[in-house]
Write a protein that binds this ligand. Sequence first.
Ligand code: TXA
Ligand code: MG
Length: 354
Amino acid sequence: MRRSMEMLEISEAHPDAPLIQRAAACLRRGGLVAFPTETVYGLGAHALDPRAVARVFAAKGRPLTDPLIVHVARVEDVRPLVRALPASAERLAARFWPGPLTLVLPRSSRVPDLVTAGLETVAVRVPAHPVARALLQAADLPVAAPSANLFSRPSPTRAAHVRDDLGDRVDLILDGGPTDVGVESTVVDLSGAAPVVLRPGAIAIETLRDVVPDVREHVPAAVRADQAHASPGLLATHYAPRAPLTIYAGPIPAALDRLLADAREAGARGQRVGILAAADDVPRIQRADLSSSRLFVLGPRSDDATIASRLYAGLRALDADADVILSLAFDGSGGLWPALRDRLRRASARVVTV
Ligand code: TXA
Ligand code: MG
């Protein structure tokens, strides 16, 4: 019989070597280890062991049509997994690895079909988090690791999020504290004629352009949940809290007035209301004097890095004790804004444009 899950603290600056060895041994045996990366926590498994990979899909309740990212310690470790490393990949790797960039490349036959959902490409990344790096080096394996959340729930940015979602379905959780970036890696497809961003993420597209000037944004086509997608980040509902999230878009004072009016109405119906807010809006919200509402402050409205680092924790905190969640749209150009817009929209049940 399988032993139950263990969650153990590990220092980000100086990962404890015996604990890393234990986690690495667990991966080699086909176990599941959740570990921090600079973006979100990953749920790791031996990428070349189809039984271990199957456990990842089962633990998350993830459809087999949704391919996984393979994490490795060094650029050299990518070579056996791909048919070729194009010059653009070498340039991107030299500039952004280790770091929050995922490259989609034509795969070699060593990569199990289960990892790639039968696609002819494989997604690879070299993470920067010291715990992830130490684990990958010690395991000396490619590690398939999706975000360590239940399928379609917000990604975990703290070890407790992993425990809440997965509990005993995972063997070991390495608790390295809150993750730094808070949104997932940028996924760039290099398997076609020109590089395409399949998922906006931690590295801004304008930063990628320094290295690959011809990189394009993906234009989403309609996707069906029963197919292997170009990138299942494209599923309409993803990252969603259980309590329905309504986003209020439009000029801020008017959108905030509408949000507060709806909050008051929901409260009057007996619903517990959660409000996701920018620090700038707190005085106005407090003046509205809403009883039975809970506020989660993401950060200053112009601060994309702080908002990104707190977004998933905010959705989860409000989800725990609200029936409905209301938020203004968060917006800006460049930086993390495209990723934030994308995640908030996917988490939402409804957008109200004022
Ligand atoms: O920051 C991250 O990328 C985190 C950490 C743990 O590394 N991982 C993560 O994995 O977000 P996951 O499984 O939640 O998201 C993987 C994304 C999905 O949108 C998936 O469709 C895409 O990568 N992907 C994986 N393999 C692909 C492939 N062969 N072609 C296109 N997209 C692929
Ligand atoms: Mg995910």
